[in-house]
Design a protein. Structure first.
Length: 584
């Protein structure tokens, strides 16, 4: 059964049983506690917690999910992915264990055609009720029902939220994949394809149960890729019809053949998996950056470049994987088609940028590897990892990975020490007069974040907490000095979202500062740049801040007009037209 048919069979099965088919939510979650959407239940979390009334009692989805925790495993195992599709059926206080287990068995055996004799089931160690349902009502032999502990059969989000004991279905793939004895013995032979969570508890951020949910709910997660692996009788996820086309793309680009060399296979798998995952992330609006989900994307794009170079490919290749991902999955996810030009632009730009620095960094890396081996050392010095990071943009994780492939460890403790030393020098430079950002960070550490009042008022009173003049923290500033000042609260809008910062005036008992620009600073401070036009100003003085009102109103109108223009362009040109920035 091909992947598209599996997806349709699952959704149709539950739709026929009263479930609303709900579209996949974005990989950028609405939940601020999550980096990326990591489960099918994420979009339904408010319903489980009782915070919102669900518009339907039952739902079913094919959800895009991403699990950054598995980045290091991708390529090295048969079944680890970062991006995959999670098939799910959900009950919001409607049905519970009996129906969930019976329907799971019916779909797997009748819908997918899996022989009942190949099925094993696990349950939470104290859940006698579910054991009886599987054995007495569904018909699974008790010797193929396994009790397992909290680590295996109690599900939580790994952040505070809904949770509960779970029951999993495994398919026996046969003795060629490992020893007999069930999933507790070998999870390569016995492949998990279904996890039904009896969502009845609420956990804190450490996974400790702190109470019961308002209602008992059902949350099923079934990886489409794993189901395809079982139904298509493939040894790995990379041989299914979802990922094999991308592996073929990697083969075509590199001239290598999958299945002939373990080291080559790892690189081909990483190119296929990361190429697909990056395409979906960018299509959903994730952009490369040095923090958060943008860093996850940047890290994977850099791994694509690294593994392409290992296979002897010097040209940019992400466009090949974007095109193939859209070909394979564009019908199920039309946004991939409409956003393809945007994805190609973002991925290509990032790949080109890192490709240039990679060539320089890898020369340093290879010379240090050769040096370490001559000295019979088992590890690269942390100083090498630091230079690769600081000069060539190699994330530590990337250096660790390429070093591992060369048979070496990395002295991560020395790396951490050098990073801390760099931060200490920056702090010292701020005290003595160094880079402005470092100095402002020093001010921020004392002042705390600025309270922004500019949506409610255009003038306010407050206190002048910090002055930076000539690159140093200063107690006073005099007429004619160009300075940056930080206030405890301000009506001045800091440049952001494409709108320039406010201009205006700050008055203290002894002087006047004419503000020419306002920008965000480190630690949540707002930085006011300007000239002392008269008198003298001192740190700690009370002050009155007044925004240039006509200019703010004109700027706000222009900012709104930019959004109107952007919306209009997308209506006429297409959804792929995206605003990457503006200054109005």
């Amino acid at each position: 059964m091909q992947a598209d048919q599996i997806r349709r069979t699952f959704l149709r099965f539950f739709e026929e049983r009263g479930h609303r088919v709900v579209p996949s939510s974005s990989l950028i979650p609405a939940d601020p506690t999550l980096l990326l959407t990591n489960a099918g239940m994420n979009q339904f979390k408010p319903y489980f917690l009782g915070l919102e009334q669900p518009p339907y009692p039952r739902a079913t989805t094919a959800q895009k999910v991403f699990r950054a925790v598995d980045i290091e495993n991708v390529g090295h195992t048969a079944r680890h992915l970062t991006f995959f599709e999670m098939l799910g059926n959900f009950s919001f206080g409607d049905y519970f264990k009996k129906e969930a287990c019976a329907w799971a068995y019916e779909l797997v055996t009748e819908g997918y055609g899996v022989d009942q004799d190949r099925l094993w089931v696990t349950v939470f160690e104290t859940d006698d009720e579910t054991i009886d349902i599987w054995a007495d009502e569904v018909g699974i032999p008790r010797e193929r029902i396994v009790r397992r502990g909290r680590e295996d059969n109690f599900w939580w989000m790994h952040v505070a939220g809904p949770s509960g004991p779970c029951s999993e279905i495994f398919v026996d793939r046969g003795p060629e994949y490992g020893p007999d004895g069930g999933p507790a013995v070998d999870e390569e032979r016995f492949l998990e394809i279904w996890n039904v969570v009896f969502m009845q508890n609420e956990c804190d951020e450490h996974g400790n149960v702190k109470g019961e949910l308002p209602k008992k709910n059902i949350d099923t997660g079934s990886s489409l890729e794993r189901v395809a692996m079982a139904l298509q009788n493939k040894a790995t996820l990379f041989e299914t019809d979802l990922l094999r086309p991308l592996v073929e793309t990697a083969e075509s680009i590199s001239g290598r053949i999958y299945g002939q060399d373990d080291t080559t296979d790892v690189s081909l798998r990483i190119l296929a998996e990361h190429g697909r995952a990056c395409t979906f992330l960018i299509a959903d609006g994730v952009l490369p950056s040095n923090e958060g989900r943008g860093y996850v994307l940047r890290r994977m794009l850099r791994k694509v470049v690294t593994h392409a170079r290992r296979l002897g490919v010097e040209r940019p290749i992400m466009s090949d994987f974007v095109e193939r991902t859209v070909d394979v999955m564009g019908e199920a996810y039309p946004d991939l088609v409409s956003n393809k030009p945007f994805v190609l632009q973002v991925a290509g730009s990032e790949e080109e940028r890192f490709g240039a620095t990679y060539r320089q960094g890898i020369v340093l890396f290879e010379s240090e590897v050769e040096k370490a081996k001559k000295e019979s050392s088992q590890a690269l010095p942390g100083s090498v990892a630091f230079r690769l990071h600081d000069t060539h943009g190699f994330p530590l994780e990337l250096t660790v990975e390429v070093a591992r492939d060369a048979g070496l460890l990395v002295d991560t403790d020395e790396f951490a020490s050098l990073m801390e030393e760099q931060r200490r020098r920056a702090r010292d430079a701020a005290r003595k007069g160094g880079p402005v950002e470092s100095v402002l960070a020093e001010v921020s550490a004392v002042s705390g974040p600025t309270d922004f009042l500019g949506y409610e008022r255009l003038s306010s009173e407050g206190r002048l907490l910090g002055i930076v003049a000539d690159g140093s923290i200063s107690e006073t500033a005099h007429e004619g000095d160009r300075i940056r000042v930080v206030l405890d609260r301000t009506p001045f809008y800091a440049e952001g979202g494409g709108q320039v910062g406010d201009e205006g005036v700050i008055r203290t008992p002894g002087g006047v500062i004419k503000i020419s620009d306002t920008k965000p600073g480190p630690g949540g401070i707002i930085v006011h740049e300007g000239l002392v036009s008269s008198g003298e100003v001192r740190q700690g003085e009370e002050m009155e801040a007044e925004v240039d009102v006509p200019r703010r109103q004109a700027t706000a109108r222009s900012h709104t007009a930019t959004h109107v223009l952007h919306h209009t362009i997308r209506q006429f040109v297409g959804e792929h037209a995206r605003q990457a920035g503006s200054l109005v």
